[in-house]
Unconditional design. Structure first.
Length: 268
């Protein structure tokens, strides 16, 4: 894999060498995929990466992460953090993302200590620091490294380097865990998360771009990208959407005319 000639890329390599041996917190998204690709490039094949699976992780995102880790030659370790067993996470209050991030990164820190790895690295980049992200507090508290941000990479640079490396994640839209589909303050359950996962998976079979199935059970509020909204109100999409969501128990299916937008819960 040829390294792009980019000063930030070289700084990223230097930082990764300082942190080695390390384990990468990996989701298969744009940022963590570049981080893992860089770790393999600069530190060699077999770099360990941990993917958190379970009811919070969308199945299609887990599959993408597995495929990319195998393609890059990383050692993929899957763990289920059992987030719903944690009262402060299942309560789904304003600090859910913080508690979830702390739980997941804490498990990685324990694994690193057990296996003799020096560092845990995660994929925050510079643009993340400009937003209110409850999860960033957990990163600091646990002493987890953020090599992309430390090397001076923002989202645009991450995508540019991903394209230069030929990563399939270069142009994918931002993702968020399935818990963000449940309104804040509504307790999380395995049943609700599975309902959302099943519905979104089926919708992604024919709808492109961002999709959010906001679960206000028994109402389903569907957020799509603006340019796709007209297709959703006429057949065959209209009938297909109803045929997917009504068997899941939704009594009403509503299309949000404002389209897809990032919710506060998605800023982890």
């Amino acid at each position: 894999m040829p390294a792009p000639l980019h000063p930030a890329w070289r700084r990223l390599g230097e930082r990764l060498r300082e942190l080695s041996p390390l384990v990468v917190a990996f989701s298969g998204g744009v940022d963590s995929s570049l981080l893992l690709a860089a770790a393999v490039e600069f530190l060699g094949p077999g770099v360990p990466a941990v993917l958190c699976v379970g009811p919070f992780t969308a199945p299609w995102e887990a599959e993408r992460a597995r495929a990319l880790a195998a393609e890059l030659g990383a050692e993929l370790i899957e763990i289920d953090a059992d987030e719903l067993d944690q009262t402060e996470i299942a309560a789904n209050d304003a600090q859910r993302c913080y508690h979830c991030k702390r739980l997941r990164l804490g498990l990685l820190a324990e694994l690193a200590r057990a296996r003799g790895w020096k560092s845990v690295a995660e994929g925050s980049q510079l643009d993340d620091a400009r937003e209110q992200r409850p999860g960033s507090r957990a990163v600091k508290e646990l002493g987890v490294a953020s090599p992309l941000a430390e090397a001076g990479l923002d989202k645009a640079a991450v995508r540019a380097l991903s394209r230069a490396l030929g990563l399939p994640t270069a142009e994918i839209p931002s993702a968020a865990c399935l818990a963000t589909r449940i309104p804040a303050g509504v307790p999380l359950t395995a049943e609700a998360l599975a309902r959302v996962a099943q519905g979104e998976a089926a919708l992604r079979g024919f709808i492109t771009g961002q999709i959010r199935l906001r679960d206000q059970f028994p109402l389903a509020r569907l957020e799509l990208e603006i340019q796709t909204l007209p297709k959703a109100v006429v057949d065959p999409w209209r009938t297909a959407i109803n045929n997917i969501l009504e068997p899941l128990g939704y009594r009403q299916v509503c299309l949000d005319l404002a389209g897809y937008r990032v919710s506060g819960q998605e800023k982890v």
